[in-house]
Design a protein around this ligand. Sequence first.
Ligand SMILES: *[C@@H]1O[C@H](CO)[C@@H](O)[C@H](O)[C@H]1NC(C)=O
Ligand SMILES: *[C@@H]1O[C@H](CO)[C@@H](O)[C@H](O)[C@H]1NC(C)=O
Ligand SMILES: *[C@@H]1O[C@H](CO)[C@@H](O)[C@H](O)[C@H]1NC(C)=O
Ligand SMILES: *[C@@H]1O[C@H](CO)[C@@H](O)[C@H](O)[C@H]1NC(C)=O
Ligand SMILES: *[C@@H]1O[C@H](CO)[C@@H](O)[C@H](O)[C@H]1NC(C)=O
Ligand SMILES: *[C@@H]1O[C@H](CO)[C@@H](O)[C@H](O)[C@H]1NC(C)=O
Length: 804
Amino acid sequence: MPRLLHFFTLILHLRIAASSTTTTTDTILAGQALAASDKLVSKNGRYALGFFQTSSSRKSPQHTSSWYLGIWFNTVPTFTSAWVANREKPIKDTASLELTISQDGNLVIQNQSTKSIIWSTQANITRNSTTAAVLLSSGNLVLANSADSSEVLWQSFDHPTDTFFPGAKLGWDKVTGLNRSFVSWKNSIDPAAGGYRYELDPSGVDQLLLVALNSSTTYWSTGAWNGKYFSSIPEMTARHSISAKFVDNDREKYLTYHLVEEYMDPNMLTRHAIDVSGQLKTFIWMKGSQDWVMISAQPKAQCDVYAVCGPFTICTDNVVPHCICMDGFTIASPEDWELEDRVDGCSRNTQLDCIRNISTTHTTDKFYHEPCVRLPQNARDVETAASSSECAQICLNDCSCTAYSFGDSGCSVWHNELVNIRRLQCSDTDNSNGETLYLRISAKDVHSLKFNRRGIVIGIVTGTCISALGLFGIIILLMIWTNKTSSSGRTVNGSRGCNGIVAFRYNDLQRATQKFTEKLGAGSFGSVFKGFINDSNAIAVKRLDGAYQGEKQFRAEVSSIGAVQHINLVKLVGFCCEDSKRLLVYEYMSNRSLDVHLFQSNSTVLSWDARYQIALGVARGLSYLHDSCRDCIIHCDIKPANILLDDSFLPKIADFGMAKLLGRDYSRVLTTMKGTVGYLAPEWITGVAITPKVDVYSYGMVLLEILSGRRNTWAPFSSNSNLDVYFPVHAAHKLLEGDVGNLVDHMLHGVVNLDEAELACKVACWCIQDDELDRPTMGQVVQILEGVVEIRMPPIPRFLQAMI
Ligand SMILES: *[C@@H]1O[C@H](CO)[C@@H](O)[C@H](O)[C@H]1NC(C)=O
Ligand SMILES: *[C@@H]1O[C@H](CO)[C@@H](O)[C@H](O)[C@H]1NC(C)=O
Ligand SMILES: *[C@@H]1O[C@H](CO)[C@@H](O)[C@H](O)[C@H]1NC(C)=O
Ligand SMILES: *[C@@H]1O[C@H](CO)[C@@H](O)[C@H](O)[C@H]1NC(C)=O
Ligand SMILES: *[C@@H]1O[C@H](CO)[C@@H](O)[C@H](O)[C@H]1NC(C)=O
Ligand SMILES: *[C@@H]1O[C@H](CO)[C@@H](O)[C@H](O)[C@H]1NC(C)=O
């Protein structure tokens, strides 16, 4: 009995302890303290402030784990830091550790038992006022006068680490001298200042720079601000969802940005930070895949980052890993290298002869040639050398000379460390693309290399797909690959199986949809019903008609379709496969489909901006389907009814991958589809092989409908003619006449960006060209609509006219 009592008091005790830590607040007042195990949570729940521990790396025990005070994304299950207070002052343990307001009003990390201060906001608080610290919904930690919260004494936005929050400033205060810039982490687990900084150009030009700190080299710049965008990033204008502002007045000069809620789900999480790799990366959090997905990186090529692989390495773009040591060298510090800290690069296997033996006058060092590379910078030209062998001798005579090259521009030599050598694409016989670097190494290493020539092809991922997609593709590929490897687990009924796809029981779906009562629509493959899981999460359940593939095959296809995730594709949540029943469960889209908004008179009129963003989003989604490498997916049925809109009118393509699910039955559906001319490319009728260009064609047709707000039917050729012509052909004529304004939906009452309208019309007309080779790829369409790539005037599609 006493034991039982003890047990109950213990439970009670635990309960109290638990509840005292779960009551979260966003404020620390004077006299209050935040214990090491507690956290502050911003009012909107998005950010948390507290102590976190960096993971110790298994591979490098030298990096013991440490504690930091920081801000992280509270709703993201994979810990993602956004700000660190004591990045240079790691804390070894949490005994007696607390965050509190000190006597002088500053926010401090202190050791409660010794009262020693580990970190302080060090604000200049002259007046004797009480202060309070608040974690705002923007992610800004503010120390303010508690009597007057507008009197900000210190804020974390003024002392950023690597992450540029929306609403924060990058730049300086001309009065106080405060200067905000972003510095990358030292390595993937150590928040100490690393090698790269993102800053406002100190020389006075209105631009931002990425600088390699170790050598003070600027390796990328945004180009000057022209009032709307930075000259090197014209695509900024296409990103309606992010609004940037550059301010230069008497008091301040800075860049800031915010997310435009009209174009973006306000709950969407974004992260814009300077990465350990020296690239400026933008991520969005994908709820579906529970992962950060990178949407842009600057500079685009990893090897453009100054000294990204460290000295004596070769960097190769679009290859994993992109850093390798030069021949005769090995990784200097494998532990750091593993953590992406490559400042030490590679070191010689054998010291050069002239260094080992100063007395030697006749060195035995040799040169090893690295063909097809971009040469390192800081070459010294030697004009006296007339031949390659003279150039080599000049290098050998100087003990600090490490490499030479002899080409059209004569002899160049390099001294000490070599950085920024980049592997270029050359064929075995043709070196015209790159140059050859003669690297000085010890004779001993040359000898061993003869027998152990490391193939440069190791690790090179082949295929044009990769090089076209670049880094983004690799990330996606890795993501899919990770998903795939973790998907080997069994799919249990009603449980999370492959790729986070849920296998539902039929009974559960019947209940979720209240016996399939609320019908959302009917398509070529079956009917769609609305339902709820857990009584709150809306879902769309698609009941497939007809005979489908066997269970095993169906499950396999569902899991591969589930792995395809993109912000502009409707997410597959789960499926059901019982007896002959085949159902698919998707996320529910509150704004129905595009055809409702375009063609139904009782719906709200989509603004021009919304239309353009929809066109761009659909293009991005299709481009992803076509180029995602692992399995090119041709949608085959792009039409407004298959473009769904979420709460913020973000477009999502539905029904992709149906060909895989239907298997042999697909041809039957296609034959019936052939009857509905409109979105189908001529190839369907002429019977040639189907390529992704059929989707490009359908996209062009949809784009015209987005533009005109009506179905592509017959239209009067001109106002004073009774000759009717198919609308797409009419549009092509009007485009050539320079009269796009006439084509645009009259419901917009002229509130339209005519440049964008003309661009969209041009794109559409290129997409519906008769010959698929004339049509752009979806990737090109995205670039054109983003304004990155120019486009010529399209010819009139003749076949279309003849066909109708
Ligand atoms: C605080 O001080 C005590 C006593 O000196 C020490 O044991 C503990 O490790 C300290 N805590 C921190 C976080 O430094
Ligand atoms: C703090 O403020 C006072 C008065 O405004 C000024 O004289 C002093 O230099 C400031 N100190 C620092 C460290 O900024
Ligand atoms: C500030 O307040 C403290 C305690 O209230 C007092 O001891 C101190 O003299 C005051 N200092 C000034 C500068 O007013
Ligand atoms: C701001 O800081 C950066 C980096 O520390 C520096 O290069 C720049 O000169 C500073 N600008 C001003 C105006 O202090
Ligand atoms: C650059 O980094 C190397 C290696 O860590 C170091 O030896 C060197 O002193 C650094 N140079 C500068 C200018 O900081
Ligand atoms: C240094 O060079 C001299 C002369 O060539 C040679 O006799 C001596 O053995 C060398 N020493 C070493 C350590 O290589």
